[in-house]
Design a protein around this ligand. Structure first.
Ligand SMILES: [Fe+2]
Ligand SMILES: [Fe+2]
Length: 355
């Protein structure tokens, strides 16, 4: 089993350091961390009655394209289910923080949660047990409280270091949920860690195969809502048709299963065929937004002038071969220290967390 390692530190909402960068997330490390929180009592509070959550969900599911998905009985069903859900205060406080500072993540969390209830009803055995699992849809991005807002809101392409810090939200959310829920096997924590993994192992943070059906439902709803939303790096959202085509493409590439994608498509059809009978066209006819910087990474740090992280002198690039593999390193012309790409990336990431 692959062991995850933190690229960046994990802090609580009240800025307490839980784990530093570089820590391996072994069972022992997590158990020790959970033990430090075992005596903290938490009350559970109704999710729908918290703040403006109920009104915000209602508003969201009445707007296109969600108004088709949450049509009639589906809406009543989803709202009744959501009424049964409660959270502990730190989770509700994180949502409040998103509502105040990062409204996209707040609205997106509600959308992924609501959408997952509909998809789970279609795809999973009907049982109240999975309410707990759907809950995880709301908090999948909790770890974004550990990502500097400057990066979350950046309109220009990210640097390699910023991309790694953004991806840190998966493991940060995992650690936070293990800690708050006092359980390293909690499903919510697993979702936080795995919602960017893909079936073909092309995702992050570990590049493992996405195998749990409920995590996959949340992963699909996550991509769908992200495409439908304006983002700092892509001010124009995808239209519904093109967003669905992007997700169909993911099934073609083996990143998501066809059944999950068929369920998403069938919920977008007024006649709502059973997902197994839902024919999905693989022809691409939509037009993705033009102003999309998603996935564009600035190369300046790695390819151009490198300043020595030790003395700020000018670094010279060296290319060498070790056992037939090209190895790039940098040597400072002043202090003569040598660095490789990973050292420089870690130093650049560390700057965001200096206090
Ligand atoms: Fe995420
Ligand atoms: Fe998300």
């Amino acid at each position: 089993m692959k062991i995850a390692k933190l690229d960046c530190p994990v802090h609580t909402l009240d800025s307490r350091l839980l784990l530093p960068a570089g820590k391996e997330l072994t069972s022992e490390v997590l158990d020790e961390l959970i033990a430090t929180n075992k005596d903290t009592p938490y009350q559970v509070l109704s999710f729908l009655e918290h703040g403006t959550v109920y009104q915000d969900i209602l508003r969201l599911i009445q707007k296109p394209p969600y108004h088709v998905i949450f049509d009639g009985l589906k809406k009543t069903y989803a709202l009744n289910l959501m009424k049964k859900i409660s959270f502990i205060p730190p989770i509700l406080e994180s949502l409040d923080l998103f509502e105040e500072r990062d409204f996209y993540t707040y609205r997106h969390s509600l959308a992924v949660f609501a959408m997952s209830t509909i998809m789970a009803q279609d795809l999973l055995e009907k049982s109240e047990d999975w309410i707990m699992e759907i809950m995880a849809g709301t908090i999948h991005d909790l770890g974004k409280i550990c990502v500097p807002p400057k990066i979350l809101k950046k309109e220009d392409p990210l640097t390699a270091a910023e991309k790694r810090i953004l991806q840190h939200h998966t493991l940060a959310g995992f650690v936070l949920l293990c800690y708050y829920l006092k359980d390293r096997r909690s499903f919510a924590a697993q979702v936080a860690k795995e919602h960017h993994e893909r079936r073909d192992e092309s995702g992050y943070p570990l590049g493992i195969s996405l195998s749990d059906r409920m995590v996959e439902i949340i992963a699909a709803c996550d991509v769908y809502d992200a495409l439908l939303s304006p983002r700092p790096f892509r001010p124009t959202p995808y239209d519904n048709r093109t967003a669905l085509e992007e997700i169909i493409e993911m099934a073609k590439e083996g990143k998501l299963s066809w059944e999950v994608v068929q369920t998403l498509v069938s919920n977008n059809r007024k006649d709502r065929p059973h997902f197994q009978e839902c024919k999905v066209s693989t022809e691409k006819r939509g037009t993705p937004p033009e102003d999309n910087l998603y996935g564009v990474i600035v190369k300046r740090d790695m390819e151009k002038e490198i300043t020595c992280p030790n003395c700020h002198g000018f670094c010279i690039k060296r290319e060498s071969y070790k056992e037939g593999v090209e190895y790039i390193s940098y040597e400072c012309s002043s202090c003569r220290k040598e660095f490789d790409k990973d050292d420089l990336l870690n130093i650049e990431m560390g700057k965001y967390f200096e206090t």
